[in-house]
Write a protein that binds this ligand. Structure first.
Ligand code: ARG
Length: 271
């Protein structure tokens, strides 16, 4: 009897091991991706300088820091890159169902998300920042000053859940596209917008006559930083991603990619 138990236990452990390392049915392993010859990366291209859309003739093309990182990862794996632009709140379902192989979208690590998908090492750190219409900045000294206001956030972001936690009485206006949030702020349909600092900084630079960044107001105790995302258990793909992230973050390359894309975004909007 004892022996039987032991055998059953061993079978159980072995099965359990398989279950935990074997990627979910629909998703592609590194070998599948290489066979297919393309890496499909999901993003939400409304987030300069990480991802935005430029027109190349009549064709829309996604460019930015994440697009450059995605290209490096595709090169590392030895396949073509395909970028899928969808709404931000659809990205986690997309990657966990295998519709895309991975996500690069300035996505911040959170415990809640980590229950559904796997996160890579962090490739960029930033903090959430408020932006308000020019002339209003004098009304805000601390987070409490936003308590009963209308605040714009992107749907499905950590900013949305952060505000639900820290400002339960504020009226959140959730939108799919960051550009629409900025337009809503410019026309004062919302009182403030909360976004990742580096990105909202870009929007402010391009709209400095209308909106202003509140740099001094801290909203979160700690921000976990941006990371790439795969479906759970896609170990070899994640290793390739982490190798590229280590290469760029441990050299000057990451800074070069950031500078290049910040300049590109500024140039484009001048035209
Ligand atoms: N960092 C925030 C989050 O993970 C916002 C990311 C928004 N990204 C985008 N491509 N629109 O929730």
């Amino acid at each position: 009897m004892k022996k039987m138990m032991k055998v059953l236990l061993t079978i159980g452990v072995v099965l359990g091991l398989f279950a935990s390392v074997k990627p979910a049915e629909a998703q592609k392993t590194l070998a599948n991706i290489q066979e297919a010859g393309e890496l499909v990366v999901g993003t939400s291209a409304d987030f300069p300088p990480f991802e935005w859309v430029v027109l190349d003739g009549s064709e829309a093309q996604v460019v930015g820091i994440d697009a450059d990182l995605a290209q490096l990862i595709a090169d590392e794996i030895g396949v073509e890159l395909v970028i899928e632009d969808t709404s931000f709140d659809g990205l986690i379902p997309s990657v966990s169902s295998g519709r895309v192989d991975m996500v690069l979208a300035g996505m911040t690590y959170s415990e809640e998300r980590a229950e559904q998908v796997d996160f890579s090492e962090v490739y960029y750190e930033t903090n959430s920042k408020f932006v308000v219409p020019v002339g209003e900045e004098g009304n805000f000294e601390s987070i409490e000053d936003f308590a009963n206001l209308k605040i714009g956030v992107q749907k499905g972001t950590i900013q949305e859940s952060l505000l639900n936690d820290v400002l339960p009485d504020a009226e959140l206006v959730s939108m799919n596209k960051n550009g629409d949030l900025i337009e809503a702020l410019k026309s004062k349909r919302v009182d403030a917008v909360l976004m990742d600092g580096i990105v909202v900084g870009e929007f402010v630079n391009l709209n400095s006559d209308a909106i202003v960044l509140l740099d001094g107001i801290q909203v979160e105790e700690e921000n976990e930083g941006f990371a790439a995302v795969t479906a759970k258990g896609n170990t070899e793909l994640m290793e390739a991603i982490n190798k590229v992230i280590a290469d760029v973050t441990e050299s000057e390359q990451m800074e070069e990619i950031v500078t290049k894309n910040t300049e590109l975004n500024a140039e484009q909007t001048e035209e």
